[in-house]
Ligand binder design. Sequence first.
Ligand SMILES: NC(=O)c1ccc[n+]([C@@H]2O[C@H](COP(=O)([O-])OP(=O)(O)OC[C@H]3O[C@@H](n4cnc5c(N)ncnc54)[C@H](O)[C@@H]3O)[C@@H](O)[C@H]2O)c1
Length: 439
Amino acid sequence: MTAAANVSFLSQRLSSRDATVGVLGLGYVGLPLAISFAEVGYQVVGFDVSDAVVATLNSGSSHIDDVTPSRVGPLVANNSFRATAVVHDLSTCDVVFICVPTPFDKAKTPDLSFVESATRSVAKVLRKGMLVVLQSTTYPGTTTEFVRPILEETGLRAGADFHLAFSPERVDPGNTRWNVRNTPKVVGGLTPTCTELAKTLLLSLMDDPTLVRTVESPDVAEMAKLLENTYRAVNIALVNELAQLCNEMGIDVWSVIDAAATKPFGFQAFYPGIGPGGHCIPVDPFYLAWKAREYDFQTRFIELAADINDQMAAYAIARMQDMLNERSISLRGASILCLGAAFKRGVSDVRNSRAIHVMELLRDRGARVTYCDPHVPHVRLGGDTLQSLSIDDVAKVNADLVAVLVGGEWPLASLESRGIAVFDAVNAGGAPGAHRHRL
Ligand SMILES: NC(=O)c1ccc[n+]([C@@H]2O[C@H](COP(=O)([O-])OP(=O)(O)OC[C@H]3O[C@@H](n4cnc5c(N)ncnc54)[C@H](O)[C@@H]3O)[C@@H](O)[C@H]2O)c1
């Protein structure tokens, strides 16, 4: 088939939903995407290196909070979705998405080993006319400088024999308002044809054709994602710094933000806390900082924001210590119940959880730590495993201090009525009371 015939063949298969879609990496990003494609009529093959993930999904169950077994089960039963750990099962795919982790190492250097391994898997099944879309968050240049050469080791040429694009994921775990179907997508391909093919496919998930924004290159799409996440990291750092100043000045930072947020233009509210956790905000800006060094460029905002955000755990503990001092209780030996363990409200994901970091710091300082998080049944703290208390236990607890580290439906009123000191790091309880202080 000629190159033009290949494009038209794939385009038709995408439009008619006869195409088979492969998704490599069936986690928080890959699974919702895979299931959404199966739900709109594509054949979907999900590939993951974890046998446990593959077995869970093929049994019709799910390991991701936002994808219920009631969505997976019928798709497995009617063969529109199946998971596999065998690379060659992807050989029937017309399109593959790469949705594998992009962490950093201890020196905050990007770890592209998962992307490399997934790309090498794709190379084993790559054929003429295939579309490859990278979705993992990464530094500008990854698609063209890192993924492309690996795929071209096959002898096939990107943009001629096969199509290549980057389209960042914007999934927000736990968010019931915004999902794969209604969140706008950005996509940049190696050539205009690559971009158009990826756009056609992504639009098939959406009702509104304006929801896919094409950009001129994968680099622009990669940088756009890093701008989004760096913007959050920097603005969170700004309010975290402001929260510390406001405390010194006796001004309520939460009232300040609410007041500023009445401005209908030019301001977006961000809120202080113990620092952003998870797989994205504390990690992604460092992908950019690392890449910038190649250009002898220092990304000062990124470093400063990370510095301020990282200090918030210690700052929160200092504030707890002040509250204990008022009651003549030392932190060493104090019993402290922490509310929340996940990296944010309503999810079970504990990657880079700042709440767990606070628990570790409290323990290091000699406090006796317990916790409650209905989404996280146990956490590892040092060499120990702690079991979550139930919400009923929380209401009855007799701790020296309760620290609200993550938002949630916590029984704060019953704690306050019993005179228990509460440090509320996330404004879960509204205006402070006699025994409850806010960050
Ligand atoms: N979680 C989020 O909210 C979010 C949002 C936007 C973007 N992202 C980005 O999406 C990417 C994936 O993140 P995630 O949260 O879905 O990760 P995850 O850890 O939830 O899932 C990744 C999956 O990939 C599998 N995997 C690892 N190596 C593989 C390989 N070589 N081949 C096939 N499968 C492999 C793992 O077993 C795991 O199931 C990351 O780059 C992340 O930064 C995540």
